[in-house]
Design a binder for this molecule. Structure first.
Ligand code: SF4
Ligand code: SF4
Length: 393
């Protein structure tokens, strides 16, 4: 591996290492370079009460730059594709539209609408945003429409949003609704209440081996109520950046991390961001796999390595100590996209879209209450300032 670049190693996968890593049996398929392999989705689960059977591995299109990757994943059996109106300023939706041309009725598309804190949501505006999404997606309906990144329940009680989404369902423009969230402890607990029953069909939330245990009772409760459960941030930041020290495990770590997530019977599917053919192959190979003892040992090794540098996505402890209401978790997530995931554009887009008042503009002269508050020992203040420099365009 030493003399091999990561790119070469990955591109050799479908002919060499893939045989060992992915097992071999059944019908052979053709990879993007013409090579043969037998990768495919091996497990489909009910997505809550939607009546949809979802592949256990689903496609996150946050940083996609070609429709061919989408079509490749579809051909391997992936059947849910998640995007958002703001991903790539609409480019992600366009790629999904092109990638699923001719097979639209065999795939599910979920798109999301973001309502930044305090921004007034108007039904007219919401309808306009969905119409634009449908045009880019080349379809007259989406399967799922989600509120993007719900942090408190305020938006779920918003009449304009509720009315627009319910109208979409009646008109057949949307099959199911829900939300994505990074504030699991609040939103997963609240969303099961009867007043949200007609809105919350499916929820997409962070769940991984580094921080998932604390929300497992909430997930079980949601599942009991028939709410579909989609796990995101499943790799706990374990992409390029954080895997630098894992020379021999760069391929097996994602498989172990995904296996851990899917071992929870209350999880319907894991959503993975895929922006190239190699990632599609690596993640699809995790479909239907059972978690092994060696996987657990590898996950422990990863936890030991990144414990004081990985910002837990479901944690907002330090935010309560900030006198300036800096959006610490959002900014840390942007840093993760940029440094660990190698998704520079997505990171910059997200950071640019953050309201200026939530950026770390007062941090330099602050004593760093956030750093003192972090129970995991992260150098929060320094990280925020670094990220601001990195992502300010
Ligand atoms: S360093 Fe910045 S984020 Fe941290 S407490 Fe101070 S103002 Fe808030
Ligand atoms: S920096 Fe620490 S306290 Fe703040 S959100 Fe991340 S893990 Fe939690």
């Amino acid at each position: 591996m030493k003399s091999m670049t990561r790119r070469k190693f990955f591109s050799g996968l479908t002919t060499g290492a893939a045989g060992m890593l992915f097992g071999s049996c059944g019908k052979q398929r053709q990879g993007p370079g013409g090579e043969k392999h037998d990768l495919k989705i091996r497990q489909y689960n009910q997505l809550g009460k939607t009546g949809i059977k979802t592949s256990d591995i689903t496609f996150g299109a946050g940083s996609i730059n070609t429709p061919r990757v989408i079509r490749y994943a579809f051909d391997l059996g992936v059947n849910i594709f998640d995007t958002a109106a703001i991903y790539g300023m609409g480019v992600s939706e366009e790629h999904i539209g092109q990638g699923l041309k001719g097979v639209r009725d065999k795939a599910c598309i979920i798109t999301k609408q973001r309502f930044w804190g305090g921004r007034k949501a108007s039904k007219r505006g919401i309808i306009k945003v969905l119409e634009e999404s449908l045009k880019k997606l080349q379809t007259d309906y989406v399967d799922g429409l989600f509120i993007h990144s719900l942090e408190t329940m305020t938006l779920l009680n918003n009449e304009e949003i509720r009315s627009a989404y319910s109208q979409f369902k009646k008109e057949g423009k949307v099959r199911f609704t829900g939300f994505s969230t990074h504030s699991e402890k609040i939103t997963l607990a609240e969303c099961v209440k009867p007043e949200y029953e007609d809105f919350v069909d499916v929820v997409m939330f962070c769940y991984n081996h580094m921080e998932g245990r604390t929300i497992e009772p909430l997930i079980a409760n949601m599942r009991q109520k028939g709410i579909g459960t989609m796990a995101m941030k499943t790799l706990a930041g374990g992409k390029q950046g954080n895997l630098k020290g894992f020379v021999n495990e760069q391929l097996s770590y994602p498989q172990a991390a995904i296996g851990w997530v899917l071992a929870n019977k209350h999880i319907d599917c894991a959503i993975l961001s895929m922006d190239n053919f190699s990632l599609v192959e690596n993640y699809v190979a995790a479909s239907g796999k059972k978690l092994k003892r060696t996987d657990l040992a590898l996950l422990q090794k990863y936890r030991d390595a990144v414990s004081n540098s990985y910002c837990r996505v479901t944690c907002t402890t330090c935010e309560g100590f900030c006198p300036h209401k800096v959006a610490i978790s959002d900014i840390m997530r942007c840093a993760m996209y940029y440094e660990d995931y190698g998704q520079q554009k997505k990171a910059i887009d997200h950071y640019t879209a953050l309201p200026f008042t939530h950026k770390p503009i007062f941090c330099r002269s602050c004593r760093g209450h956030c750093t003192h508050a972090c129970p995991y020992g992260l150098q929060v203040k320094e990280k925020l300032l670094q990220t601001h420099m990195l992502l300010t365009v």
